[in-house]
Design a protein around this ligand. Structure first.
Ligand SMILES: [Zn+2]
Length: 439
C-alpha cells in the first residue's frame, strides 16, 4: 500500500508522483464503487458527535444525570430504558435540525460529479444526513411497489434521518417540524395511520387496539436493516459488473457489515487487471485483515483530495469540449468560407508552383542546351584546330622533304662540276642550273 500524505503536497516528490498516479486511476475509472462514512460530512456544519463539543453536549444540559454518548446514542438497547429513550429522541431532534442547516461538502459534489460523468457504479454510505439528496441524487432503495430500484445512486446502509416510520405498522413519514418539536421534548409522536384506524374502531363501538409511535428511520447498532435483503441484492448485482475502482472515504471501517463489504469488493476489483482500491481518510485502518486490501492510502481530509481529482477530471472535460464543441450556424458558415478560401489559395499556390516548376525546367533545359551547343562549338573548334595543325605539319613535312630533295640535287649537280671550282662557286652554279631547270 502506497501512502500519500496530503499535508506534504508539493514538498515530497514521491508522494506527489503517487498522487498523480491515483488521480490517473480516477480519470480512467468507469465503474467506481464509493463507500463513505462520517468523515465526508465533517466540513458540512454537522458536529462530530464523538468529539468533545459534539452533539451530546446539546442534550447534556437537558439530561445532566443521564450519560449517553458516542456509539451508545445509536444502540438499539437504549429503548430498554425510558430515560435513555428520551435522551435519544432529543438527540435525534437536534441532529435533524443540524442536518437541515448543513450544506453538501466538496466530497459530496465530487461523488455527484462521478455520477454525472458515468464513472459511478454506486455509492454506499453509512451517513444518515442525506446530503446527497441536496444535490439531487437518488437515495430511494425501493420503489412504491416494494421492488429494488437498480438505478439508485446512493444506498444508505444506516437509513435516513429525514424519514420517520411507525414502530408498529412501518408506515413511512417525513420528518415534519411538528414531529421534531415532540422529539425535542423527549417524546415520540403517535402514528397517524394507527390512530385513525383505532378511532374508526372506537366509533364503531369496537374495542381499542394498540397504536404505534414514530421513530427515525435509521438503523441502530444491534438492529437488523429493514431493507437488508434489498441491499444484499444490489451489492451482488454491483459486484457482478466488474467494478474497476473501490473508493473508501471518511471512514475507519469499524462497522462489521461494512468491513465485509469492503473486503469482498476489494477482492473483486483486484480481479480486474487494472482495478484499484483507494482509501481516503484522516487516519489509516488498523489490523491484519486489511493487508493487501488497499493499493493507495490518501492521508488527509477527503475534501482536499476530491477537489484535486475533480479539477483534473473537469480539465479533461474542458479540453474535450474545446475539441468537439458543436458550432453555431454562423460559426459553421464562417468555417466553411474559410475552408473554401484556403482550398482556393492552396490550388492557386499549387498552380503557381507548377508554373514556376515549368519555368525552372525550361530554364534548366535552355542552360543545358547552351552548354551543349558551347561544347559542340568547342569540339568543332578543337577538331578544326587539329586539322589546321595537321595540315601545317603536313605542309612543313612536305617542305622539309622538298628541301632535302633539293639539297640532294644541288649536291649531285655540284659533284658533276669541275674540281677547279671552289666550294662556294660549285653551290651557286648548281643552284642556278637547277633553278633554270625549274626544279
Ligand atoms: Zn402505525
Amino acid at each position: 500500500m502506497l501512502t500519500i500524505d496530503l499535508s506534504q503536497q508539493s514538498q515530497d516528490i514521491l508522494s506527489d508522483r503517487h498522487l498523480q498516479k491515483v488521480t490517473d486511476v480516477m480519470l480512467k475509472a468507469k465503474k467506481t464503487i464509493v463507500v463513505t462514512g462520517a468523515g465526508i460530512s465533517c466540513s458540512s456544519g454537522i458536529p462530530d458527535f464523538r468529539s468533545a463539543d459534539g452533539l451530546y453536549n446539546l442534550v447534556k444540559k437537558q439530561y445532566p444525570d443521564t450519560v449517553l454518548k458516542g456509539k451508545d446514542l445509536f444502540d438499539a438497547n437504549l429503548f430498554r430504558d425510558c430515560k435513555t429513550t428520551a435522551v435519544f429522541y432529543t438527540f435525534i431532534s437536534e441532529l435533524h435540525a443540524q442536518t437541515l442547516k448543513a450544506k453538501p461538502t466538496p466530497t459530496h459534489h465530487f461523488i455527484k460529479m462521478l455520477s454525472e460523468r458515468g464513472k459511478l457504479l454506486r455509492c454506499y454510505t453509512q451517513n444518515i444526513d442525506c446530503l446527497e439528496e441536496e444535490l439531487g441524487m437518488d437515495t430511494s432503495l425501493v420503489c412504491d411497489k416494494g421492488k429494488v430500484k437498480k438505478d439508485v445512486n446512493v444506498v444508505q446502509l444506516h437509513g435516513s434521518l429525514r424519514r420517520l416510520k411507525c414502530t408498529l405498522c412501518s408506515e413511512p413519514y417525513g420528518f415534519q417540524t411538528d414531529y421534531q418539536k415532540v422529539f425535542k421534548e423527549g417524546d415520540a409522536p403517535g402514528c397517524p395511520k394507527c390512530e385513525l384506524y383505532d378511532g374508526i374502531r372506537v366509533a364503531q363501538g369496537k374495542r381499542k387496539v394498540a397504536t404505534g409511535t414514530l421513530r427515525p428511520d435509521i438503523v441502530l447498532y444491534n438492529e437488523n436493516h429493514p431493507f437488508g435483503d434489498a441491499i444484499g441484492k444490489i451489492q451482488s448485482s454491483d459486484l457482478s459488473r466488474s467494478p474497476d475502482v473501490l473508493l473508501v472515504m471518511g471512514t475507519s471501517l469499524k462497522v462489521h457489515g461494512l468491513r465485509l463489504l469492503v473486503r469482498k469488493a476489494a477482492k473483486i476489483v483486484h480481479g480486474n487487471k487494472k482495478g484499484c482500491v483507494i482509501l481516503v481518510n484522516k487516519t489509516p485502518v488498523v489490523g491484519k485483515e486489511w493487508a493487501g486490501v488497499f493499493d493507495y492510502f490518501v492521508e488527509g481530509e477527503t475534501d482536499g483530495w476530491c477537489s484535486i481529482v475533480e479539477n483534473a477530471i473537469r480539465q479533461v472535460k474542458v479540453q474535450t469540449k474545446l475539441l468537439f464543441k458543436p458550432l453555431t450556424p454562423a460559426q459553421a458558415d464562417a468555417q466553411a468560407h474559410m475552408a473554401k478560401a484556403t482550398t482556393e489559395e492552396t490550388a492557386a499556390g499549387e498552380k503557381e508552383t507548377e508554373k514556376e516548376k515549368e519555368k525552372g525546367v525550361a530554364k534548366e533545359k535552355s542552360v543545358l542546351k547552351k552548354m551543349s551547343e558551347k561544347k559542340t562549338v568547342e569540339k568543332r573548334a578543337g577538331e578544326k584546330k587539329t586539322a589546321v595543325t595537321k595540315r601545317t605539319l603536313t605542309r612543313s613535312t612536305a617542305v622539309a622533304e622538298k628541301t632535302v630533295v633539293k639539297r640532294k640535287r644541288v649536291q649531285d649537280k655540284e659533284n658533276q662540276l669541275p674540281l677547279a671550282f671552289t666550294k662556294k662557286q660549285k653551290a651557286t652554279t648548281a643552284t642556278r642550273a637547277l633553278a633554270a631547270m625549274k626544279i
